[in-house]
Structure formats: C-alpha cells, structure tokens
Design a protein around this ligand. Structure first.
Ligand SMILES: NC(=O)c1ccc[n+]([C@@H]2O[C@H](COP(=O)([O-])OP(=O)(O)OC[C@H]3O[C@@H](n4cnc5c(N)ncnc54)[C@H](OP(=O)(O)O)[C@@H]3O)[C@@H](O)[C@H]2O)c1
Length: 244
C-alpha cells in the first residue's frame, strides 16, 4: 500500500515542492490549508503528474481547538507529516501591535506545537512514521530585525528537538529543517543574495534525502550551517553594534 504524506501548509511553496518530490516517489498526498476548496488545481496536478492519490483538507494553524477533529477526520493516517506553515509578519508592526505578533507566534510556534503533538501521539502509538518541521536559521540568534519571527522559530526548533528526544526509543523520526533564504512567496519582496538562496525544489530534494537517511537536522543550503556557527559565535558586545 502507498504511504501518505500529510502537508500542513498545503499552499506553501516549500511544502508544495516537497509534496511533488514525495509524490514522485509514490506517496499519496494530503494537502491541508486554509480555504482548502481552492486547492483543487494542486490536487489534480499532483495526481496527473505522479499517478498517486491526492486530497485537500481544511486546516488553520491558529484554530487549535479544531486540531484534534481535523486529525481524527483524516481517512488515511499519514506516514510522514510535514509542517510547512509560517508567516514572517512585520517586526516593526509587531513591536506595537500584539495581534500582529500573535499571528506570527501562532503560525510558527503555538499552532505547530498543537497539531504536531497530536500527530506525535498517533505515530508513537503506531511506532512508525516521520515528522518534519520547517523551522529556520532565524531561530538561532535573536536579531533586532526579526526577533518575533526568530523567537517563534527558536521555540519550534527546541520543541522538535525535545520531541525527537522523547521519541528516540521508538521508530518515529523527527527532522528539523533549517532553511536559509528560499525563493518563495514569503520572500518575494526581498532582495536575496543568489549564492545563499535555494529554490523550493532544491530544498524538497534535500528534505526527501533527509527522510530516507533518517537525518535529525537539515540546513538548506549546507553553507548556512557554517554561517550560523559564525553568527552564534560573535560575542554579544560586538553583536549589539551590528545592524543585522
Ligand atoms: N522562504 C524562506 O526564505 C524561508 C526560510 C526559512 C524558513 N522558512 C519557513 O518555511 C515554511 C514555508 O514557507 P514558504 O517559504 O514556503 O512560504 P509561503 O509559500 O508563503 O508558505 C507559508 C504558508 O503558511 C501558510 N499559513 C500561514 N498562516 C497559516 C495559518 N494560520 N494556518 C494555515 N496556514 C497558514 C500560508 O497559507 P495561506 O496560503 O493560506 O496564506 C502559506 O501557504 C515557513 O514555516 C517559513 O517560515 C522559509
């Protein structure tokens, strides 16, 4: 029987590229997103291109009260679950406006904790499966330009690390993906340095390889592992003088 990938963030550019990569390997796909009725083109595209089954399901990361029912209602229980939801928000607006900050925190962190905990309990009881969370290098050091987003990603990274520790005695693997820059809707307004920027398709290939090799942490692109080592190593007194 075909395995199933549940993509939380069924419209995310990185997530959709991963869905195609897994579908190309024979996975059935569930795309879960807000306004799921608008996902039919993507559903058909996956089915036609890869000859697998694909479905759409309604999912809002912020509506945590509905997460249990959402997961229970899935007809096929997933083998792989990918959390690819998030919003960058506006750091400056967030500094004075809690509802802007809360949207960033709930899509990147609290909503993720809610649904991934439900998924983890199911996979643990089945003693199988893989959870993949798209976090970010932004969670590795707080910076003035994006610390609301960065702190939510730091929380998600730590949550995934703890979950991996809890599930280490089972067959369930937890993968933390830390992309650097990726060319998607989220970064469309930014000027990204080409050598440090990946395409969603490149990230997706790396994610599928990480799934196969049961990796724990994936930097995409790999150069970001070295960059973040340097960023973490800068002494605070010097770091405070930077404009990052
Ligand atoms: N692009 C980068 O450079 C980069 C770097 C590091 C990490 N990441 C992370 O990668 C993940 C995917 O982002 P992306 O680059 O693929 O950007 P994207 O195409 O903008 O995808 C983000 C998705 O999050 C969804 N979303 C936001 N709030 C939601 C909510 N409350 N409930 C359900 N869905 C919600 C959006 O859904 P709607 O379509 O309904 O708005 C959107 O499809 C995110 O976690 C992001 O933080 C991206």
């Amino acid at each position: 029987m075909a395995k199933t990938l549940l993509l939380l963030g069924g419209r995310s550019d990185i997530g959709l590229a991963c869905a195609h990569e897994f579908a190309a390997q024979g996975f059935d796909i569930i795309l879960a997103a807000r306004s799921a009725e608008e996902l039919q083109t993507s559903v058909k595209d996956i089915e036609i291109r890869h000859g697998v089954k694909a479905f759409a399901a309604e999912f809002d990361a912020e509506d945590t009260a509905a997460h249990c029912d959402f997961y229970t209602s899935l007809t096929a229980k997933p083998d792989v679950v990918l959390y690819s939801i998030g919003s960058l928000g506006d750091q400056k607006v967030s500094e004075n406006n809690w509802s802007e900050a809360e949207k960033v925190i709930s899509s990147n962190y609290t909503g993720a904790v809610s649904i991934v905990s439900i998924v983890a309990n199911d996979l643990e009881s089945r003693n199988e499966g893989t959870i993949i969370g798209i976090s970010s290098v932004a969670g590795e050091r707080g910076r003035q330009s994006n610390y609301i987003y960065g702190s939510a990603k730091a929380g998600f990274t730590t949550f995934l690390a703890g979950l991996r520790h809890r599930l280490a005695k089972t067959k369930v693997n937890v993968i933390t993906v830390k992309p650097g820059f990726v060319e998607t809707k989220m970064t469309a307004e930014m000027e990204l340095p080409k050598p440090l920027t990946a395409s969603p398709e490149r990230v997706a290939k790396a994610v599928y390889k990480a799934y196969l090799s049961r990796k724990h942490t994936l930097y995409s692109l790999g150069i970001w592992r070295q960059i973040m080592f340097v960023v973490r190593s800068v002494p605070e007194q010097i770091f405070l003088k930077t404009k990052l």
